[in-house]
Design a protein around this ligand. Structure first.
Ligand code: COS
Length: 388
């Protein structure tokens, strides 16, 4: 299907496809087995200007927006969902600064992220605050002497944790005000009192680093507060509204990669004296897989285009793209394993990794149950606003 991408976006797609094929494909099996962060590949992405895509031009970026980020993420995900999330999580970490940072913060941090000199990460989740993001307990107490904030608490399952140089962290500044008592901060790697805890051993996306952030009397200067005190929860929600199409694109890429493997295998594998893609049972599976992938891609690109066009609210469309594409990724990768049969279940073939990688897209950046809740809340609000 033709999505009429601009010349620039087609160039980005082709460049990412080439890097994915030449650099990511030969490394993905080892990265997955060794649970190893792809530092060398991040360097290649930086040299190819891929971290500049979503950063505005005035801060050394290309200013191409969310659709371009989705296109890049999808191409990398076709080959490795793990490497793709190491890349895409930078945009998630940078988003609070992009959306709500002041000029000073943008000038100081965005060029470092655009060049790839530093990676970014987003710190919201805690052991007791996953879906219930408003229940975070990490405290940020303002020191009246100089206006700085002292952070105490632990963030859990942070993508790019330990690898990033710049963290956007949500912490409570006023526990009496619920979601209106949270604030967002920029915390740099190396800040005294900021360390890294447990590194997770995951089912999939094993090339990515998932780690705890530990704050023990970590003093953050007043100028690192993003927006105003009390805006942290809204900044987090808006960040996720912007980043969920990227998860959808990751899911589309993983699903397309698995479909391509299934098609290739089915054209070569012979049983009962025939290629297995000549059997209607396999053909119908392939047709359904391809149709679902295309529908997921259309939804992801539409949500991204809506954001880039400057829509005011788009949490429903972002959530729809994320929930649909990630459910598609899980179904399509499972079917790809089925088509490859016994071989599909073996590590020797990439589809078992794709199936493991797909699972997280139904869980992170808001579980698919939370996405459905976001969609339903928006539908009910829109209906009430129409007065019907
Ligand atoms: N954009 C702007 N404002 C938003 C918003 C959005 N997308 N979503 C919520 N808000 C506002 C609400 O309007 C409300 O504002 P008021 O205080 O003025 O009423 C405030 O934020 C609190 O919203 P709500 O009452 O809906 O908060 P809940 O505690 O019920 O939480 C969900 C809502 C479940 C949607 C939220 O906790 C969530 O998204 N959870 C998932 C978190 C997640 O994705 N984690 C993944 C890890 S991060 S990678």
């Amino acid at each position: 299907m033709d999505y009429y991408l601009s010349e620039e976006l087609r160039e980005i797609r082709d460049l990412c496809a080439q890097i994915a094929d030449e650099v990511v494909r030969p490394a993905r099996e080892d990265l997955d087995r060794e649970n190893r962060f792809p530092t060398e590949i991040m360097r290649v992405f930086a040299e190819s200007d891929l971290f500049r895509i979503y950063i505005p031009e005035e801060h050394d970026g290309l200013g191409l927006g969310v659709l371009a980020l989705c296109v890049a993420t999808e191409e990398i995900s076709k080959v490795c969902g793990g490497v793709a999330v190491c890349y895409a999580a930078n945009a998630l970490g940078a988003m609070p600064i992009l959306l709500s940072g002041n000029e000073e913060q943008k000038k100081r941090y965005l060029p470092l992220l655009a060049s790839g000199e530093k990676l970014a990460a987003f710190g919201l989740t805690e052991p007791d605050a996953g879906s219930d993001a408003g229940a975070i307990k990490t405290m940020a107490i303002r020191d009246e002497k100089d206006g700085s904030y002292v952070l105490n608490g632990t963030k859990q399952w942070i993508t790019n944790g330990g690898e990033a140089g710049i963290y956007t962290v949500i912490a409570v500044t006023d526990p009496s005000r619920g979601t209106r008592g949270a604030s967002a901060f920029i915390v740099e790697d190396g800040t005294p009192g900021f360390s890294y805890g447990k590194k997770e051993d995951k089912m999939g996306i094993r090339a990515s680093a998932t780690r705890e952030l530990v704050f023990e009397d970590c003093r953050v200067p007043a100028e690192n507060l993003i927006g105003k005190e009390g805006m942290g929860f809204i900044i987090a929600m808006k960040t996720l509204d912007h980043s969920r199409p990227g998860v959808a694109a990751q899911a589309v890429g993983i699903a397309q990669g698995a479909l391509d493997e299934a098609l290739r295998y089915a054209s070569q594998r012979k049983q009962f004296g025939q290629r297995i893609d000549s059997f209607q049972g396999i053909q119908f599976m392939l047709a359904d897989m391809a149709t679902q992938v295309e529908a997921a891609r259309a939804l992801a690109y539409s949500a991204a285009r809506m954001i880039d066009a400057g829509a005011r609210r788009f949490e429903k469309e972002s959530a729809m793209a994320k929930v649909f594409a990630s459910d598609v990724a899980m179904r399509v990768t499972t079917d790809a394993v089925q088509i490859l049969g016994g071989y599909g279940y073996m590590r020797e073939y990439p589809v078992e990794k794709m199936m493991r990688d797909a699972k997280i897209t139904q869980i992170y950046e808001g579980t698919n149950q939370i996405q459905r809740s976001v969609i339903a809340t928006a539908l009910i609000r829109e209906t009430a606003a129409r007065g019907r």
